[in-house]
Design a protein around this ligand. Structure first.
Ligand code: NI
Length: 171
């Protein structure tokens, strides 16, 4: 297993719509293992393949391990059904480090896809897990938390991030 480099905004791979996984092979299993290790090392509660530079529809999520209640979920080609109830959600992102933003999310979701062995999987989620699924599946569609903000807050945050990036690169 290996810890992979996490891509940061504004890298192109984060803005692209990821391709469906067509074949579950050894290479994919290695990618899954590496994504899991990278997520735990970060540490984060979820990671999508585009965040490690792979434009494929694959996510890993574990919302419980920080509290000692690990519940690792790997989903290949996830599809999401959203509830109509919308709630405010505070979120950060490993690809937008150092920024927590409040955005609107569905309160509940149903996610369908394949597990890492190719077996169909369906999960009903609410709370943190529902938010994590929506966040990670957004990554597969090229959407970052920045894009979920209103136009004014979005421009402000973009400017702030690019300024920080500029200052860091001058050090
Ligand atoms: Ni993220």
């Amino acid at each position: 297993m290996a810890i992979l480099e996490i891509k940061r905004y504004p890298e192109d791979v984060l803005k692209r719509k990821a391709e469906p996984v067509k074949e579950i092979n050894g290479k994919l299993q290695t990618l899954i293992d590496d994504m899991i290790e990278t997520m735990y090392a970060a540490p984060g509660i979820g990671l999508a393949a585009p965040q490690v530079g792979v434009s494929k529809r694959l996510i890993v999520v574990d919302t419980g391990y920080k509290e000692g209640k690990s519940s690792l979920i790997t989903i290949i080609n996830p599809e999401i059904s959203l509830s109509e109830e919308i709630i405010d959600s505070e979120e950060g992102c490993l690809s937008v480090p150092g920024h927590i933003v409040t955005i609107k999310r569905s309160a509940r979701v149903i996610v369908r896809g394949l597990d890492r062995n190719g077996r169909p999987l369906e999960i009903e989620a609410e709370g943190l897990l529902a938010r994590a699924f929506q966040h990670e599946i957004d990554h597969l569609n090229g959407i970052l938390i920045i894009d979920r903000l209103g136009p004014f807050r979005r421009e402000l945050l973009k400017k702030k991030i690019l300024k920080e990036r500029h200052q860091t690169s001058q050090r």
